[in-house]
Design a protein around this ligand. Structure first.
Ligand SMILES: NC(=O)C1=CN([C@@H]2O[C@H](COP(=O)(O)OP(=O)(O)OC[C@H]3O[C@@H](n4cnc5c(N)ncnc54)[C@H](O)[C@@H]3O)[C@@H](O)[C@H]2O)C=CC1
Length: 511
């Protein structure tokens, strides 16, 4: 894995650690022999060497000081900001009603083994992690990977404690980083830690990991993440792990984590630095249309302040003015349009801060912020395979974009859409889909309504087919994607022909 960094695009702005990351306080490493009672001086020494080890290798030291915020710190370490990018700091949100609601967020996700899969939301075949059996994994794993997995197994049952402690450490020792995170650290609070642990666990899976981390590094630009934040995060990560895996923690294990984290942060820093040359860190976008389709589903159309290139089937992250630094993912509901407008389908979910704001509060004229496009649930135009599309609820949004994409390419490949909903009232976009069907003879749209069909969306595909000449696209609630993938595999569609966004991301960002 460690050679991965050599395959990266040459960054132009990566900076060396400038020493600001160290923060104050003693070390956290508690070697196995001296668990919680390690004298301060020893802990400080260990801390010092760890800190040094985790400094990303900057190619230039164009780093600046500056108080960029970065939600990133929450998710992972930040890219270096070149002097010129200092102005790209987190966006004073354009004026808009900022009347916070008191809402109760959902609970943090446990760091269960199930969740620790690469979290790229879109998983095109090429980017899908290959998960060999546990035995094969153990046999082929590097020594560092084995040590990391041992740590993970040890802390999995107490993941919540590790998470809380990690953030407590981060904010106590680096109070300046607190402003990078939302005021309420709830549903999102473990995203940084989860991303780091996910990456570490896949440290041997270079291709997937590098792609994942590059995406993560680029995505963190919108938070204002800076290179010097990375060592601070790394220290606290290891501080939390060493405390809660104290029974097995030793110098060897710490060294493995330091190596892994150093690699992880370097890949992210490099990717962010390269991205700075091509793209803004975020876009402002004005809401130009807001249509309430059901009492809790809105179709929201925005105009970005500058061109926003993306592909049909991708998604973005979105921040509203009412909940600063809380970002949620939404798929684009249309293929790129000549007028540059972007549309999202938003369902207000209970306790969903962003979704409720977008559905019930947002109005034309409000300004939101968009992160970069991401995701690889896109159409491969080099083949003429059919597309089998399952869209559940608002998951129909990217499916509609895919249909438009095929139409715009003038292709005559069959596209079969199954549009699932709980009741017929929930089929808020059926008219659009039926209009598309009328215009395009290669398109077939079938509504699958739970109440009427007595079966859920994925089951319906078994009654049609054969699907062996089709690529499958799934979009919708996590449960639908999981059972949809099972159903598709059961009818013989190979995994590499099944595309969907990461279930993990859907689980953690569904509000
Ligand atoms: N790119 C993507 O994957 C996108 C995903 N979404 C997600 O889609 C979801 C939409 O929510 P709602 O509209 O409330 O959908 P919903 O809960 O009303 O369900 C929609 C359809 O999915 C099926 N379904 C739900 N759970 C299932 C399960 N466990 N097994 C099999 N089928 C199941 C239902 O039968 C129904 O046909 C949200 O979680 C949202 O985050 C939304 C947009 C894009």
């Amino acid at each position: 894995m460690f050679e991965a960094r050599h395959t990266m695009d040459a960054p132009t702005t990566a900076s060396a650690d400038n020493g600001t990351s160290g923060g104050g306080g003693g070390g956290w490493f508690t070697p196995r022999q001296q668990p919680a009672t390690t004298p301060d001086s020893e802990r400080e020494a260990a801390e010092g060497s760890r800190r040094a080890a985790m400094r990303p290798t900057g190619r230039t030291s164009a780093d600046t000081d500056g108080d960029q915020t970065a939600q990133d710190a929450r998710q992972s370490p930040p890219p270096v900001q070149p002097a010129s990018a200092a102005s790209a700091s987190p966006p004073p949100h354009p004026p808009s009603a900022a009347r916070p609601q008191a809402t109760d967020p959902s609970v943090p996700q446990p760091l269960s083994a199930d969740l620790l899969v690469p979290a790229q939301r879109s998983t095109a075949p090429a980017a899908q992690p290959h998960e060999p059996s546990a035995q094969v994994r153990a046999e082929s794993a590097s020594p560092d990977a084995l040590l990391i997995r041992r740590t993970m197994t040890e802390v999995a049952p107490i993941a919540d404690k590790v998470t809380s402690y990690f953030y407590a450490l981060l904010f106590v020792r680096h109070p300046d980083l607190r402003s990078l995170f939302p005021a309420a650290m709830d549903t999102q609070r473990d995203r940084l830690l989860r991303a780091l642990l996910t990456a570490a666990e896949h440290i041997d899976n270079t291709d997937v990991l590098v792609a994942y981390l590059q995406n993560l590094g680029r995505g963190h630009r919108k938070y204002g993440t800076r290179a010097e934040h990375y060592p601070a995060v790394g220290e606290c990560l290891i501080g939390a792990l060493s405390k809660y895996a104290a029974g097995i923690w030793d110098a060897e294990m710490e060294a493995a984590w330091v190596r892994a984290y150093t690699t992880i942060s370097q890949v992210m820093i490099d990717a962010a630095a390269a991205d700075e040359l091509r793209s803004p860190a975020w876009w402002y976008a004005e809401i130009v249309a807001h249509e309430l389709r059901t009492p809790d589903v809105a179709v929201v159309t925005v105009r970005p302040d500058q061109p926003y290139p993306f592909l049909a089937g991708q998604y973005t992250s979105l921040e509203t003015p009412w909940w600063p630094r809380i970002w949620r993912h939404y798929s684009f509901a249309s293929a790129p349009r000549s007028d540059g407008l972007l549309t999202f389908h938003v369902k207000a979910v209970p306790a969903g801060w962003v979704s409720n704001a977008l559905v019930h509060r947002a109005r034309p004229g409000d300004i939101i912020r968009l992160g970069p496009p991401t995701g690889s649930m896109t159409v491969d135009h080099t083949t003429d395979s059919g597309l089998l599309c399952l869209g559940g609820g608002t998951g129909i949004a990217p499916i509609k974009a895919l249909v438009e994409d095929v139409a715009e390419h003038g292709e005559r490949r069959p596209v079969e859409v199954f549009y699932g909903a709980r009741t017929d009232h929930d089929l808020y976009d059926i008219d659009t889909m039926l209009r598309l069907q009328q215009s395009h003879p290669w398109l077939s749209v079938r509504a699958v309504i739970d109440q009427q069909a007595q079966l859920q969306l994925p089951d319906a595909i078994r009654e049609y087919g054969p699907w062996n000449e089709f690529d499958a696209y799934l979009s919708g609630p996590p449960g639908m994607i999981r059972s949809g993938v099972d159903a598709l595999r059961n009818i013989g569609i190979p995994s590499e022909r099944i595309r969907h966004d990461s279930v993990e991301e859907l689980v953690t960002t569904g509000d």
